[in-house]
Design a protein around this ligand. Sequence first.
Ligand code: C2E
Ligand code: MG
Ligand code: MG
Length: 709
Amino acid sequence: MTAPFVDLHYECDPPGVILILEDEPYILAALYRQLPHEFHVVTATTVDQVLVLLNQRTVDVIVIGQRMAGVGIELLSEVRQHAPNTVWILLANCPALDTAIQASNLECIDAYLVRPLGSLELCTLLHEGIQEARLLIKNQQLLSELSQVKQQLEIQINQLKQELRNSQEQFQSVVRKNQAGILLLDEQGKILFANLAAETQLGRNDQMLIGSDFGIPVLHDKMEITILLPNRTQGIAELMATETQWQGQNAYLVMLHDVTRHKKAEAQARHLASHDSLTALPNRVLFTDRLNQALLRAQRSKTKAAVLFIDLNHFKEINDTLGHKVGDHLLQQFASRLAEAVRKSDTVARMGGDEFTVLLEGLNDRKQVSAFAKKLQKLFKQPFAMDNGELFAIPSIGISIYPDDAGNTDELLCRADSAMYYAKRHKEVDFCFYSKELDTHNLNRLSLEHDLRRALERQEFVLYYQIQVRLCDERPIGTEALVRWQHPSRGVVLPNDFIPLLEDTGLIIPVGNWILAEVCRQIAAWRAMDVDLVPVAVNISPKQLADKSFIGTMRGLLEHSNMQPRLLRLELTESAVMQDQSYIFQTLDALRELGIELHMDDFGVGYSSLGLLKQLPFDIVKVDQSFIVDVLTDSSSALLTQSIINIAHGLKKQVIAEGVETTEQAAYLLHIGCDHAQGWRYGQPIPAASMTDYLQNMECLNASASEED
Ligand code: C2E
Ligand code: MG
Ligand code: MG
């Protein structure tokens, strides 16, 4: 009991640890006796020992003996700080009561007991003390756990705050830099916020926009507004507005989506669906639509409307021989010249290929349409400048009139087409109005085709001859063989009405061979009759020239008839020589080698390729009669004729003017240097027998040819 660190064991559940600080052994023994047995008792005689013990173990209650009361309040208070959760009980006697009260007030001790000390009292005090001490510890632990949790929570809160700040910044930057324009409006439609895109789109900066009046937007419906694009051009934005709340007030959130590109693409798609991509003209769909509208207007205003169906002559040959690029270029130029010729209110369309249509509205009579068609024909007499020279694109024009010819779109188009078809087949016709007779004509064409197939075996073809003269003295220099069809019921059918049919059906080869053989036979007959012989020009169709057996046929004919080859001349059109050029060039060379003269027929209406004229072995160029017919009245025809003569002469070729009908034309042509002429002025095409008479009575230039035979 005297030893300072004596452990006294008492049963205790929960076991409590009591430290007794008392340096007087008998007081210590008295205390020990009074202590309840369930406690574990530790003793110390000095304050220092208390400190050592407190560092080593947990102590629930420290009982300070009455002799130790004098250790001093300051010392007690200092020691207490080492074990703040331990209950301190001071046993005081009466003289030390003041110290006990003071220590209690300063919270150096938790309780004090004044002698005599009752064991019951002490026991209760100890139990309470221990429980209080444990509670305090638990509280301490809880507090420290709580403070840890608090710390962790604070860290988490700080992290969350930071994240919130970041995401707010990100959100702001997303909104600010969003490509769509974003506006926040107050309830009255004033702008509270505008992002960068909205500033650009509205063409005003932040300061100008905030507070300005945007207006109350239409909700739940898309609207379109005009905006400024970043490149300062105008665009279109789709505006969508929704109601929202902003700082506790009703507000509107407005989104401005730039849909300029989308709108442009839509417009482009609409344009593509209704326009031709090559020429940018309206296509068939749009034309039909406009025609429908025009018919309604014409009906209301009791005026007429006209449909012109226009098709380019020889376009297929240009495409096949000069290539699609040249063909496309020509179509584009043709389209723009055609479009320039009409009023803004009229429509020009490309129906496909080389087919165009024109819709004229607000007409009172057909004369207005005739005048327009004439204007077109004149317009297209001018060649088109191409990369490698000039090209002609002469149109065939068919016309139908509303309401005279038809009452609906389909029939008007069909009838204009049928009239165009007629114009194409008849070179002498510049343009053609639809008439009922045309239908009969087209029907006739069908029966004609049927008859044509049997015409050769029935020997219904005959040759007429037309004289060609030298202009300076009008002496004959040759004749041209022109085929006629003696139809059993129709009478004489002219070549323009059946040559295209012969070509379409392929019959041109056997019929062409017959013509050549017949011409050779006629020359032989004239020779036998001893008439002045002049060379005979035979028209050769493009299909004949391209036929692989042509050279063989010619050679056979010459050998068989034993005839001077120069008595035979071949008239070829430009379209004939524009075909598969390398083959045609060889054929022409082979013909020249056979000694046959080549004439370029109808020059000026086709491609009029001067390059080709230079390259090819032609001896004579025939200026088309469409130029001669108005050579005295139309300056462009005169200019063209003059140019062809000059160029031909430059290339050492002679020129024959076709279709010379008057003395004035002849005089003018002589004046501008034309060499020869052919036309009614000198004689119409006549049957062989009549030509025989003519030749017998004329002194021909080529009389020497017969002498040589
Ligand atoms: P082409 O070779 O240019 O023949 C000239 C055409 O002009 C002929 O018409 C002739 O009768 C006509 N003509 C001649 N002088 C005058 C005139 O002063 N005024 C007018 N208005 N016309 C005149 P035709 O005989 O009807 O022949 C038309 C076309 O048919 C020919 O044009 C030619 O391309 C073709 N053709 C005629 N015969 C044959 C042939 O045997 N074979 C081939 N393949 N085609 C032929
Ligand atoms: Mg001819
Ligand atoms: Mg001709």
